[in-house]
Design a protein around this ligand. Structure first.
Ligand code: ZN
Length: 266
């Protein structure tokens, strides 16, 4: 059996504070007019002609989710492979459950989902509708006007989180219906012991679990693009974090315990 879980690493104990500090830094960046600041970036986006603005906005949504996801995913891959770092003692699957699929075995499926589906969806939703002026004509996400103030950012983050939880929960329950589980099984068979396994999934599973909850929430709230960027960054870090198999939170622990029992039971 799995035995007692290792203690939570000190670095992970402060994770909520890290996310909060990251959000504060993002809010400060958002109102910075320096050449790489958020205000300057939004002004530049607004100044683009319609079709280019849609393309740039769609690409920004894609990159806001993918850049942190791949950076943290690659970092965890390095941690998994490197000799005897201090983090090894916290790897739940070490000596308990072998990695069912390696990083390199999962990467092609993950890239297919991201580039073949998520990128076109981001671009399509942000291209201008017929007669629109670009920047989310089909979808409704806003890039116009000044960046949202701190309280607006908080409200939209809460709204996005509430929508995400509801859509994700319903989608996940649906994927466990017998008629749909065949599209979800591959994700569970990874045992959640490698960070990027969060997006190792069928196209339907990837849509329902990964991006539909965020994009639907943004559409319902007619959200400014800035909170969607921040939500995507935090969500991507959490996706790697909660599928990496480190003693970091209840999600990883529950997954690994379940996987261990499933594996032990044959
Ligand atoms: Zn499931």
């Amino acid at each position: 059996m799995a035995g007692a879980p290792p203690p939570v690493p000190p670095a992970y104990r402060h994770l909520p504070w890290f996310y909060a500090a990251l959000s504060v830094c993002f809010a400060l960046w958002l109102h910075s007019g320096a050449c790489l600041g958020g205000r300057a970036l939004l002004l530049w986006l607004d100044g683009l002609p319609g079709r280019y603005k849609g393309l740039a906005l769609g690409l920004s949504l894609f990159l806001a989710a993918m850049a942190p996801w791949h950076l943290y995913g690659a970092a965890q891959h390095w941690m998994d492979r490197s000799g005897n770092g201090w983090w090894k003692q916290y790897k739940l699957s070490k000596g308990r459950v072998p990695d069912r699929l390696s990083y390199s075995a999962m990467l092609p499926c993950v890239l297919r989902n991201q580039i073949g589906l998520f990128l076109p969806v981001c671009l399509f939703l942000c291209l201008p509708a017929e007669g629109g002026d670009g920047g989310g004509g089909r979808w409704g996400v806003r890039s116009k006007g000044p960046p949202p103030l701190a309280w607006e950012l908080c409200l939209h983050m809460l709204g996005l989180y509430a929508c995400y939880e509801v859509v994700f929960y319903c989608g996940h329950r649906a994927m466990h219906w017998p008629c749909l589980y065949k599209y979800h099984k591959a994700h569970h068979q990874t045992y959640g012991s490698v960070g990027i396994s969060g997006q190792y999934a069928s196209l339907l599973d990837f849509s329902l679990m990964q991006f539909a909850p965020v994009l639907l929430g943004a559409a319902l709230l007619n959200s400014h693009v800035a909170p969607v960027w921040l939500f995507s960054i935090l969500g991507s870090l959490n996706s790697i974090h909660s599928h990496g198999g480190y003693a970091s939170n209840a999600h990883s622990l529950a997954r690994l315990r379940l996987s261990t029992n499933e594996w032990m039971d044959g």
